[in-house]
Design a protein around this ligand. Structure first.
Ligand code: HEM
Length: 420
């Protein structure tokens, strides 16, 4: 690594990447990120309670690191963790019982991703469009039944993507609430309102609950295969044998979790952005077909997945910094998506932005979000339905945001509305 040290002031700003509460103040967070992007775009951050890391805030630098996935690996940990947990993971003391795609690299990742890759391709995902439209309609029907006022984040945006996932996996609606609680506990572990309290207050405890649920699901689908995604995974073969049980769990876990509050946050955050930009909302209301292209702009603007981490394996230079083996880089997708060098007037929501799809909210390269086509379909379906029925819609209180360094969006979005 280079020896250059950021000024104390810039270094202090670097806390935003490690502090879950900082993400709950999106305006303040983005102001700090903007300064770092302009003054120290690759900034070394050393905090007492976290592993040392380099904050990568520019779009081009994030892509450069993602493009070189043999040099910058997801192992040993794909996300920022406390110094204590990091040391334990390096010593192999805290091996998670389940490994998912985001913890894999190289051939292992390629082989595993190959199992579900076809299922997530646009042609296949399209088969789901009728079901997704139906669930979007139900979501807006429920909103209408609320009688003109609701908390859009918890009453609408939180449930709908989960129902989509339950549908693609083939799980019964009766299990909806259990999955909702588990995913919130896992991703909201840093948020005081969502994190699990009690003896098993660990990510491990929540993971074990997932494992017990999905073990019986896999057994069911092996005994009686269907056409759902749960069956594809339960019956997949690698090197001529069924996948080991823990790999099956890894798949179920990543699909049930990665596709849930990421999409909820995009939808709730997307509506919040539109309410803050009434001229853009009016454009979509005048012509709801614009939502097909605008979905990417909403996702760019919200960037619900805030970061992932990559660890350097061999000396490699990006910009004027040479990384050395062991250096941890934090890819700030949220910052890259407001990069002035790529997006003109990046703090403005522009539903007709010509290059909105250049965003990094789905990551880039080998680990590019597997569910991106499905997520776009969900966002489009929900807004198409909502915009075609809404007569008026406005904020009805102050929104709050999830405390998390990994996935964050509105926690409460009180609205007042009139629907057709
Ligand atoms: C708007 C909603 C979503 C956002 C913003 C999002 C974002 C992301 C990001 C940033 C990554 C990591 C990319 C990287 O490391 O370069 C990722 C990976 C992944 N996402 Fe999504 N995601 C969303 C929805 C979904 C959905 C609906 C599913 C599936 C049902 C899904 C499944 C996955 C999987 C399986 C991976 C791991 C891919 C790999 O490591 O090879 N995501 N997503």
């Amino acid at each position: 690594m280079t020896t250059r040290a950021p000024t104390d002031e810039l270094h202090q700003l670097g806390r935003i990447f490690a502090d879950p509460a900082a993400y709950a103040d999106p305006v303040g967070w983005h102001e700090s990120a903007r300064r770092l992007r302009q003054e120290e775009p690759i900034c070394r951050i050393s905090l007492a309670e976290y592993q040392d890391f380099w904050a990568i805030t520019r779009h081009a630098d994030i892509m450069e690191i993602e493009r070189n996935a043999d040099v910058f690996t997801n192992a040993p940990v794909p996300a920022l963790m406390s110094r204590e947990a990091y040391v334990a993971s390096q010593a192999g003391e805290q091996e998670l019982p389940v490994k998912t795609l985001v913890q894999m690299d190289g051939d292992e990742h390629k082989a595993h991703r190959g199992i579900v890759n076809d299922w997530f391709k646009p042609a296949n995902v399209k088969r789901m469009s009728q079901r997704v439209d139906e669930l979007a309609r139900q979501a807006v029907d429920q909103m209408a039944a609320a009688g003109g006022r609701c908390d859009f984040a918890t009453d609408v945006a939180m449930h709908y993507p989960l129902q989509v996932i339950l549908s693609i996996l083939g799980l019964p609606e009766a299990d909806h609430q259990r999955m909702l609680t588990l995913t919130q506990e896992l991703f909201g572990a840093e948020d005081p309102d969502f994190g699990r309290v009690g003896e098993d207050a660990t990510v491990l405890g929540v993971m074990l609950d997932f494992v017990s649920y999905f073990t019986s699901l896999a057994a069911d689908r092996r005994a009686a295969p269907t056409s759902d995604l749960a069956s594809v995974i339960a019956n997949a073969q690698l090197d001529g044998s069924l996948l080991p049980e823990m790999d099956v769990m890894g798949f179920y876990l990543i699909i049930a979790t990665a596709g849930h509050d990421t999409t909820s946050s995009s939808i709730a955050g997307g509506l919040h952005a539109l309410l803050e930009h009434p001229d853009q909302l009016a454009q979509l209301q005048d012509d709801p077909s614009l939502i097909d292209a605008a979905a990417d702009e909403l996702i760019r603007y919200v960037s619900p997945v805030k970061h992932f981490v990559r660890t350097c394996r061999a000396p490699f230079t990006v910009g004027d910094v040479t990384f050395e083996p062991g250096d941890v880089t934090l890819l700030s997708f949220a910052s890259g998506n407001r990069d002035e060098q790529v997006f003109e007037d990046p703090f403005r929501l522009d539903v007709q932005r010509p290059n909105a799809s250049a965003h990094l909210a789905f990551g880039f390269g080998r680990h590019f979000c597997l569910g991106a086509h499905l997520a776009r379909m969900e966002v489009r379906a929900l807004f198409r339905e909502l915009l075609s029925r809404v007569r008026s819609i406005e904020l009805d209180g102050v929104p709050t945001f999830v405390h998390s360094t990994l996935v964050s969006g509105p926690k409460q979005l009180p609205i007042r509305f009139e629907l057709r």
